[in-house]
Design a protein around this ligand. Sequence first.
Ligand code: NAG
Ligand code: NAG
Ligand code: NAG
Length: 540
Amino acid sequence: MRALYFASLLLSINVCKSSLSEDFGEIYEEPEEVSVWPQPQKYQASPVTFQLSAYIFQIAHAKGSSAGPSCVLLQNAFRRYIDYIFGYGKKHKKNVKVFDSDLAELQVFITSPDSECDSYPTVKSDESYQLSVDQPTSVLKAPTVWGALRGLETFTQLVFEDKYGVKKINKTDISDFPRFAHRGILLDTSRHYLPLKVILVNLEAMAMNKFNVFHWHIVDDQSFPYMSPTFPDLSQKGAYQPYTHVYTSADVNMVIEFARMHGIRVIAEFDTPGHTQSWGKGQPGLLTPCYSGSTPSGTFGPVNPILNTTYDFMASFFKEISTVFPDAYIHLGGDEVDFSCWKSNPDIQKFMAQQGFGQDYSKLESYYIQRILDIVKATNKGYMVWQEVFDNEVKLNADTLIHVWKEKPQYENEMARVTAAGFHALLSTPWYLNRISYGQDWQGIYRADPQSFNGTAEQKQLVIGGEACLWGEYVDATNLTPRLWPRASAVGERLWSDENVKDVNSAYTRLAKHRCRMLRRGIPAEPLFVGYCRHEYDGL
Ligand SMILES: *[C@@H]1O[C@H](CO)[C@@H](O)[C@H](O)[C@H]1NC(C)=O
Ligand SMILES: *[C@@H]1O[C@H](CO)[C@@H](O)[C@H](O)[C@H]1NC(C)=O
Ligand SMILES: *[C@@H]1O[C@H](CO)[C@@H](O)[C@H](O)[C@H]1NC(C)=O
């Protein structure tokens, strides 16, 4: 019996053994190792090593910098990065008493007259920086605070521990800037409500990976957690729970300010006319009544596009949204409109006939979207839309961002079509990180490139970046962070680093160590494969 038992155990071990050819070897995080993620544009390290003492080393404003101690954004960042270097959170605090410091200071020098300290980052923000690590003073130069934030992140990534736990850094010169201006993460707070803390932790993780856009897919069919001062019934009746599962104005402002402190824009998405079931609960008359034969069936479809009251509501609503969210762009959705309810409704049929739309319901969709675009344009905001809006040939402003997400037609062809029409394009198709599979799926994520389509240099210039999307059907606070990181880090490097940085082998080693660093900073990023970190995450 026993022999049989062992035989079957052996057999099952064989069966269970990983046979994925894509798996690389195990990774151990050794002392003395440096991993910079994403890879800087120009990076020159020398074998000269300096020691850093927690008692001496400081980050400070350089003389002549256009930002000084009154710049709260930088003051906060200095504190945060000192803590990342020496603190490793409360748990891993090391008590290595080193009183010598070869490096006394990192001086931060903001070179342009407007440091932008009190403004919000935009798609045009200059995030470049130059970093020179040398004795006795290192210098970080950046035109604006946004570049300084990116450079501070890089500086702390250069610091390593020797086997005694002493912090060290090599003499290094870095000159860095992003390949793409828009590097985003989409989180979905409708399918599951996400507590504020989870959102804030992910903003921190985004900064560690040099992302600069939080795309907040804030409402959808399932729930409406955004508390609107103008239309309180929307969340009162449309949220999962009206008092606990909502984002108050104070919550929203906190997210926006926390994001700003990390150089991250917040772009809210209010997707219409589809994906709006939750809106209907607090705004009677907004959605289209569906018919079963000649009588209303009691169910509702997309936003009703034929009523003036719809547009009156939308005008007030988007006026509010345009003041709550400071970013120059609002994401208006426009994806996956189901025409069956519109088709069933006799009033809509009549309207279609009057307008001469025939049986082409995408014309009705375009009619609706066109009016929404006019409403939003009147608030002086730009807009982003999902690709269907472009596919349906809605007339769009020249500066509209087309968000490519569909697998069919091939996204490369869609990127080519969008840019050939002169529009800015943003890619998400290969980066739906809510989709998971066994093995190292980060590699496919890493290989995808937003500019890999057949098109002219001018067309390639119109690609402003991409977004990793984490849709919320199977995700809430329990699993969001490990599912997103470090898989999203692969997108982070693709969007920041030079297009020639694409060797998956070298990325694997750096990424595994970068993931260990995220653990040290309290981000529960999941493992890439087998191995260990010097400081394991203990879940507390
Ligand atoms: C840093 O300096 C050490 C000691 O000279 C050297 O072994 C190591 O390769 C250097 N690291 C880098 C990234 O150049
Ligand atoms: C809707 O608005 C249009 C234009 O302002 C107006 O001509 C029309 O009479 C209105 N329809 C209704 C039903 O109020
Ligand atoms: C680009 O065009 C070439 C030649 O027509 C074709 O072989 C290739 O598959 C195309 N690439 C993409 C990404 O569409």
